[in-house]
Design a binder for this molecule. Structure first.
Ligand code: GLC
Ligand code: CA
Length: 532
C-alpha cells in the first residue's frame, strides 16, 4: 500500500511540480542533474506540498534538444541513471504520497533512434522510410525543400539526405517527425504507454500533443498558418485509443496534453470524456499584467473547460519560456512571445517578484490543476547573460542568435551555501549560476518567513486543506477598476490589486494568506486570501 490514498480524480485539482532533470540536482558530481539527485530531494518536494512530479524526458538521447530528441522510449539515459533507479524513484515518490507523470514525445524522435537510422539506410519509398515524412525535393534537381514549412526552431522544416530525398522536422534537424498514418508508429507508442504504466507511472505529459497528425498532401502554408500540422481531426482517434489504455490500469492514470492552440474551444475538444484528462492553459504566459486581461483569460478558460467537464491546468512558467519574475518585472508588455522575448530589456526584479507572489496566490486559488516549474518556488529569474559559447538550446543556433533560446530558464537550481554550485552537486553546473543566487537558495529561503519558498509552502498546504479550494467554480466580485476579485464556496474570497493605488478589502473574517504586507488596505500588486 502506498501513501497515495483513495483519491479518484486527484488530477482535477492537483499541484504538479515540473522537474527539468538536468537542472534539478546532481547526484554524481558531473554537473548535470540526475535521478539520484531527485531521489535525494524528495523530502523537499514533499514538504513543498505538491501532489505529483512531472519529469521532462529521461530517455536516452543525444541531447540536441535537452532530451526532447529521444533515441529509445523504453530506457533511461545513462547521464540520468538506470531503469532500475527510475523504478525505484517512482516507488519512493509514491511512498511519500507523490504521484509521477513522465513526458512522452510522440511527434518526433532523435536521428539516433533505431527507426530513423534504418530509414536512412533504406531506399526511397521503402517501408522504413514510410515511418517518417520523406519526400523528393522541388525544382529541376530536387534541391528545393518539398514545401515551405518552417521549423519552430528556425530555418526550413526539411533536411536533405545524401540520396536526394528530404525529411520533415518541425523542430531541429535531429528531430525527424514520425508519420502517424503509419501503423508501426501507432502500435509502438501504445506499447510504450503500457511499458511505463507497468512500471507504475501515474500519467504522461504529451509533448506537442496537437501536432502528430499531418495533412498528407503537405501543402504550402501562408506565414503563421499551422493548419496542415496542428489540430488535425485524426488526432482525436489516437487519444481515444490512449485513453482506453490509461483507463485499463488500476488507479487514476492521466494524460496531459501540451497544446498551443489559439482557440480554446478547439483545445477543449481534446478534453472530452474519452480523450485527454487535461491540457496546459498557456494563456497566462502571454497575458499582460492587467486585471481585465487576467479576468478574460480566466473566464474564457473556465467556460471552455466547463463545456467538456474538464479541469483547467494553470501555468505561469515552464522550461520553454522566460521565467515570470522577469516577465512581470518588465514595463509595458509583460507577456511572453516566442518571437519576441524582450531579451536584455530592463527588468525591475523587485516589481517582478512582488507580482510573481501575487500571481502564485492567484493560480493556487483558481479552480483546476496547477503546474509549478522548478525554481519558481524560489522566485528565480531568467538568466540573460549566459555567455554565447555556453548556450545549448538549438533555438539559439538555428536562428543564428536572433533568439537567445531557452537556456536562461534552465540554469541549475541553487540549493544551499554561499557560492556556485550552491549545493546543486559536488562538481560544477552545466550552465553557470549567478552569484546573486546566494540569497535565493532553498536553504536560505527555508529560514526566511518572507521568502517565496515559504509563500509556496504555506499556499500549497492551505490550498489542500481549504474545502473552498477543491473542485468547484468561482463567482466574480466587483471591487473597482484594476482589481480582480472572486469568491469560492463556502467562505473564501480572493483579491488581487493590479491598480496603482491601495484599495479597501471586502468584508471578511480573517486574512488567510497575503502575498505581501497588508495593513487595512490592499497595496498595489498584492493578493490576499480571505475567509468570509
Ligand atoms: C515541446 C517542449 C520543448 C521541445 C519541443 C520539441 O514544446 O516543451 O521543450 O523543444 O516540444 O520536442
Ligand atoms: Ca549527474
Amino acid at each position: 500500500m502506498t501513501a497515495l490514498g483513495q483519491s479518484a480524480g486527484w488530477w482535477r485539482s492537483a499541484a504538479i511540480y515540473q522537474v527539468y532533470i538536468r537542472s534539478f540536482a546532481d547526484g554524481n558530481g558531473d554537473g548535470i542533474g540526475d535521478l539520484a539527485g531527485v531521489r535525494a530531494r524528495l523530502d523537499y518536494l514533499a514538504e513543498l506540498g505538491i501532489d505529483a512530479i512531472w519529469f521532462t524526458p529521461w530517455y536516452p538521447s543525444p541531447m540536441d534538444d535537452g532530451g526532447y530528441d529521444v533515441a529509445d522510449f523504453r530506457e533511461i539515459d545513462p547521464l540520468f541513471g538506470t531503469l532500475a533507479e527510475a523504478e525505484d524513484l517512482i516507488a519512493a515518490a509514491h511512498a511519500k504520497g507523490i504521484r509521477v507523470i513522465i513526458d512522452i514525445v510522440p511527434n518526433h524522435c532523435s536521428d539516433e533512434h533505431r527507426w530513423f537510422k534504418e530509414a536512412l539506410a533504406a531506399e526511397p519509398g521503402s517501408p522504413e522510410r514510410q515511418r517518417f515524412w520523406f519526400r523528393p525535393g522541388r525544382g529541376p534537381d530536387g534541391s528545393e525543400p518539398p514545401n515551405n514549412w518552417k521549423s519552430r526552431f528556425g530555418g526550413s522544416a526539411w533536411t536533405r539526405v545524401p540520396d536526394g530525398e528530404w525529411y520533415l522536422h518541425l523542430y531541429s534537424s535531429r528531430q525527424p517527425d514520425f508519420n502517424w498514418d503509419n501503423q508501426d508508429i501507432r502500435a509502438d507508442f501504445e506499447d510504450v504507454l503500457r511499458f511505463w504504466f507497468d512500471r507504475g507511472v501515474d500519467g504522461f505529459r504529451i509533448d506537442v500533443a496537437d501536432g502528430l497528425v499531418k495533412d498528407p498532401r503537405l501543402p504550402d502554408v501562408d506565414p503563421g498558418d499551422e493548419t496542415p500540422f496542428s489540430d488535425q481531426e485524426g488526432l482525436h482517434e489516437i487519444y481515444r485509443s490512449w485513453r482506453k489504455i490509461a483507463d485499463s490500469y488500476p488507479g487514476d492514470r492521466v494524460m496531459v496534453g501540451e497544446m498551443w492552440l489559439p482557440d480554446m474551444s478547439r483545445a477543449a475538444r481534446y478534453l472530452r470524456r474519452d480523450e485527454l484528462h487535461a491540457a496546459f492553459n498557456f494563456d497566462f504566459l502571454v497575458c499582460p499584467w492587467d486585471s481585465e486581461r487576467f479576468r478574460d483569460v480566466i473566464e474564457r478558460t473556465l467556460a471552455a473547460h466547463d463545456e467538456v467537464g474538464a479541469p483547467a491546468a494553470w501555468v505561469l512558467s515552464n522550461h520553454d519560456v522566460t521565467r515570470h519574475v522577469t516577465r512581470y518585472g518588465r514595463e509595458g508588455d509583460t507577456g511572453f512571445a516566442f518571437a519576441d522575448r524582450l531579451h536584455g530589456t530592463p527588468v525591475d526584479r523587485e516589481l517582478g517578484t512582488r507580482r510573481a507572489r501575487a500571481a502564485a496566490l492567484l493560480t493556487m486559488a483558481l479552480p483546476g490543476g496547477l503546474y509549478v516549474y522548478q525554481g519558481e518556488e524560489l522566485g528565480l529569474w531568467e538568466i540573460e547573460d549566459i555567455p554565447d559559447g555556453l548556450r545549448q538550446d538549438p533555438v539559439w543556433t538555428r536562428t543564428n542568435g536572433a533568439d537567445p533560446g531557452r537556456d536562461g530558464c534552465r540554469v541549475p537550481l541553487p540549493w544551499s551555501g554561499d557560492a556556485p554550485p550552491f549545493g546543486f552537486g559536488t562538481g560544477g553546473t552545466w550552465l553557470p549560476q549567478p552569484e546573486e543566487w546566494r540569497s535565493s537558495t532553498a536553504e536560505a529561503q527555508a529560514a526566511d518567513p518572507a521568502s517565496m519558498l515559504r509563500l509556496y509552502r504555506a499556499g500549497l498546504r492551505l490550498r489542500s486543506e481549504l474545502p473552498a479550494l477543491g473542485p468547484g467554480g468561482l463567482e466574480w466580485l466587483t471591487q473597482g477598476d484594476g482589481v480582480l476579485a472572486f469568491t469560492r464556496e463556502p467562505d473564501f474570497t480572493f483579491v488581487l490589486n493590479f491598480s496603482d493605488k491601495p484599495v479597501a478589502l471586502p468584508p471578511h473574517r480573517e486574512v488567510l494568506m497575503a502575498s505581501g504586507p497588508v495593513e487595512g488596505e490592499l497595496p498595489t500588486d498584492t493578493a490576499v486570501w480571505l475567509r468570509t
